[in-house]
Design a protein around this ligand. Structure first.
Ligand SMILES: [Zn+2]
Length: 414
């Protein structure tokens, strides 16, 4: 009996340790940069602050990752010990004030019930609500599943455009917006939803919005990784869940699972071949249902520009992700316009932090000739579950960036 009890305690504490995350601060300088890169932590959805003598990285780590960091000899400081509890507590404290602030916000979009963020069910309800209300004006399609996950959930897409029920790709350029490749980044999801509400609610009164919807077909996939998101909802119903990957066995990082093979397998850091790691890349490019769904959907369209929303960092990454080379002459002009109001920083992830292998943007450009960028919403203090008071502010900060992206297609053809 005692042994059984002891076993139970050990199993429980292992599970607990795996689910426990801390926010860690690392001072990066020439002497330790290589060692940190070798650890293959998930660096892109984190914050880094540049200073004259080096960079300060602030990133959430599991107990196991902290152990590896300790073993590597790199010095660090824990700035928030139990990150999930910290996020959930902050959300609960700020929720009422956030709701009050939204009374006159000019949108029908409401906060969700998971610390202010939409649950999986609320994602579906909101898609259905928009389709029902604006489908009457043929501005949005009903949601369509572009594929099923390992756990049998649908990955949904809607199109927003004038004459949405018709295929107008011969005359209207196509642009796409995705969010939540990473399950612990609901701020990206809310930012994309806010934009959907914004363009539908303002179509009739705002000339700029009208011009875009009349001349573009916009596709939205607001929740690429519903299995991982549902898992966070289950473990942390008030928000604060920090599971990042999908839920296929030990989980694969969808943003390390894109091809082509030569990038997925590129000989540098930037993804992990250890299934336990948060940047585990899978057994081969497109081994996962989520990346297969995106690939198959994109194959049926003629998309020109794409944004993959993530969190956090207040930064926009442009390709390449696997090396520090600006992949297209359009990267800088586009990103400069996108960030003119929100003042996000920008660069390739390799230049800003470390190279990334198997990321979506590289595949979009290399294999599909689609320019694809990654906005990372929020500061390190916002983190993965920003206060509900910040949800609409961050979303509004990105409305112009989203409109600019839709408009920029004209420049691609010049
Ligand atoms: Zn991310």
């Amino acid at each position: 009996m005692y042994r059984l009890l002891l076993l139970g305690v050990v199993v429980f504490s292992c599970l607990f340790a795996e689910n426990r995350y801390s926010m860690v601060e690392i001072y990066v300088h020439e002497g330790n940069a290589e060692k940190i890169a070798d650890l293959s932590f998930s660096m892109e959805c984190t914050a880094h602050q540049h200073s004259r003598n080096g960079d300060i990285l602030r990133l959430p780590l599991t107990a196991n990752e902290m152990k590896r960091l300790q073993q590597s000899g790199v010095s660090y400081k824990v700035i928030i010990d139990d990150l999930s509890s910290f996020y959930a507590k902050r959300s609960q404290e700020d929720l009422e004030e956030a709701r009050n602030e939204l009374r006159d916000s000019g949108t029908e979009m409401k906060l969700g019930s998971m610390g202010g963020y939409f649950t999986v069910e609320e994602v579906i309800e909101n898609l259905d609500y928009l389709s029902e209300k604006y489908g009457k004006k043929d501005l949005i399609t009903i949601k369509k599943s572009i594929g099923k996950t390992a756990n049998g959930r649908d990955i949904y897409m809607v199109k927003i455009s004038d004459n949405a029920s018709q295929d107008e790709q011969k005359t209207e350029a196509q642009v796409m917006y995705t969010a939540a490749h990473h399950a612990c980044e609901p701020a990206g999801l809310m930012t994309v939803f806010y934009f959907m509400y914004y363009i539908l609610e303002n179509y009739e009164t705002d000339k700029r919005v009208r011009n875009i919807l009349d001349n573009r077909e916009l596709f939205f996939i607001p929740l690429v990784n519903p299995d991982g998101y549902a898992y966070n909802q289950e473990t942390n119903p008030n928000g604060g869940g920090l599971w990042r990957k999908n839920r296929n066995k030990t989980g694969v990082d969808p943003n390390r699972n894109y091809g082509p093979m030569k990038y997925w397998n590129f000989k540098n850091k930037g993804s992990s071949d250890d299934p336990e790691d948060s940047t585990y890349r899978g057994t081969q490019p497109f081994s996962e249902k989520e990346t297969q769904a995106i690939r198959n959907f994109v194959a049926t369209k003629n998309i020109r520009l794409n944004l993959n929303y993530h969190a956090f960092g207040n930064v926009v990454y442009y390709p390449w992700a696997h090396k520090d080379v600006i992949a297209s002459p359009h990267c800088l002009p586009l990103v400069e316009r996108m960030t003119r109001f929100n003042d996000y920083s920008y660069g390739s992830s390799d230049k800003m932090i470390y190279p990334i292998r198997g990321d979506a943007d590289d595949w979009f450009l290399e294999e599909q000739n689609i320019l694809s960028l990654t906005p990372e919403v929020g500061s390190w203090w916002d983190g993965f579950w920003p206060s509900p008071k910040r949800i609409f502010k961050m979303a509004k900060e990105n409305v112009d960036a989203n409109l600019v992206t839709a408009e920029y297609v004209d420049e691609l053809d010049k």
